[in-house]
Design a protein around this ligand. Structure first.
Ligand code: SAH
Length: 423
């Protein structure tokens, strides 16, 4: 069976013409599919056509295998099964401004970042655009049964490196943004990358306007190379040049992720180097203490270390947020849950497709009255809008940040252009 979500309007038109059907039905089909409907539910289409289509296509080849709900904050981690039996994961977080999903873009990952669970088995395969879309549509359908709001924000921050699956990711971004589809605005989409620079330049051409997040994790090459092998191909200088270009062309503030690893990248010296690196670039840094992954012998920095690091950055007037850890009781780190499912490990809190109202309510309470006890004082006022969350299984409220800083950005763009005319 083919995955119906893999096709855009133009491709559906071609399919329909081939079948001797009018091409206006393409829009109807895409609209129904985006609502999570099966062919037999497409009430404005002739039954003969839907019967034919359902013999060839599956409305969504991504199925919810199970859902783990955090008792702490209602964050829901979904395990999806793909048609070839592979397993991937996605995370849904509720905020007062909407629901955000963090999706996977590859089964496994070949980047092999030394702290990450996703790369432990290497890359298994790329996901198709329709499979990425299918994650969102399946979750939308699931939560709608409980009266929850639809997903409003998407982050490509689950398993996989989005820019290593470039064509499928671009097609997905266009599908998810399309007004006949889920119609999620570019400002509500965020793509996180370890820094595949040539693809950052391509992104400016192919999908400008989404928020670009860089997983930095180290402020100098020697250390970054040890942590992230990709740094051997693209140095920090390459990454900084590419993000400056991205900012200059799109006006979008760059987000950096910095996971603090005890005794590795958490010294004040690292903080100093980090400040020097980002000085002058309109950006925001998210710091978080590393999530422990059993197979990776690294630990997150302790609270005091994180606080000192944060205060140093604040004193230097760097825009920074210490992320709240969400869903820490449900195997937070990238790729962890998928691995435990694959290994058949028992996870007590797995609730098979069972999103209870109790947890939905808990999620709403959390999002209406967020606790910011760990967050920087400088950010507290803006955090109700910003809200910050954990990296790999959660995301930044990019849209809120962007709105808040939109006018500042305009000034910054002008200044920046004046100072960087050679770029
Ligand atoms: N490949 C992309 C997106 C997937 S990982 C990227 O590198 O950005 C999403 C984020 O989680 C990245 O910032 C990644 O570095 C971070 N991450 C992975 N494992 C982690 C862990 N154990 N603790 C904290 N952050 C982690």
């Amino acid at each position: 069976m083919l995955n119906a979500l893999d096709y855009n309007i133009e491709e559906w038109q071609a399919i329909l013409i081939e079948m001797g059907e009018p091409k206006f039905r393409a829009k109807q089909i895409v609209e129904w599919l985006s609502k999570g409907k099966d062919f037999h539910e497409m009430s404005n289409l002739p039954k003969m056509l839907t019967d034919k289509l359902s013999q060839i296509f599956e409305a969504n080849s991504v199925k919810i295998h199970s859902c783990v709900v955090s008792k702490k904050d209602g964050t829901r981690k979904y395990i999806f099964s793909l048609s070839d039996g592979n397993i991937i994961e996605g995370v849904l977080m509720s905020y007062k401004y909407g629901n955000t999903i963090c999706i996977s873009t590859q089964v496994g990952c070949r980047m092999n970042c030394q702290f990450c669970a996703s790369g432990l088995d290497g890359l298994i395969r790329n996901m198709t655009s329709g499979e990425m879309l299918g994650e969102i549509i399946a979750v939308n359908k699931d939560i709608s049964e409980y009266g929850e709001r639809c997903i409003t924000n998407v982050v490509l921050m689950g398993s996989g490196e989005p820019l290593d699956n470039y064509d499928n990711v671009i097609k997905f971004l266009k599908l998810v943004n399309h007004d006949c589809g889920l119609n999620i605005g570019k400002r509500n989409i965020s793509l996180s990358t370890c820094g595949i620079c040539d693809k950052i330049y391509s992104l400016v051409e192919d999908m400008p306007g989404i928020t670009l997040t860089i997983s930095l994790h180290a402020p100098y090459d020697d250390l970054r190379e040890q942590l992230m092998p990709v740094n051997k191909a693209y140095s920090i200088k390459d990454v900084m040049k590419a993000v400056r270009f991205y900012f200059k062309k799109t006006g979008r503030r760059i987000i950096f992720e910095y996971s603090m690893i005890a005794g590795v990248n958490d010294s004040i010296d690292c903080a100093e180097q980090l400040v020097r690196l980002v000085r002058g670039l309109p950006c925001h840094i998210n710091i978080i203490s590393l999530n422990y992954v059993e197979e990776r012998a690294m630990h997150g920095s302790d609270k005091n270390r994180v606080q000192d690091f944060l205060e140093y950055l604040e004193d230097q007037e760097v825009s920074v947020t210490l992320r709240r850890t969400m869903g820490s009781d449900i195997e937070g780190a990238c790729g962890q849950l998928r691995r435990s499912v694959m290994e058949g490990a028992k996870c007590e809190s797995v609730v098979d497709q069972d999103f209870t109202q109790e947890y939905a309510d808990a999620a709403k309470v959390e999002c209406e009255q967020p606790s910011y006890e760990q967050e920087s004082s400088q950010e507290q006022d803006s955090n109700q809008a910003q809200d910050s969350i954990q990296a790999q299984d959660s995301i930044q409220a990019q849209d809120s940040i962007e709105e808040q800083y939109a006018s500042q950005d305009q000034d910054a763009i002008q200044k920046y252009n004046i100072n960087n005319d050679d770029n």
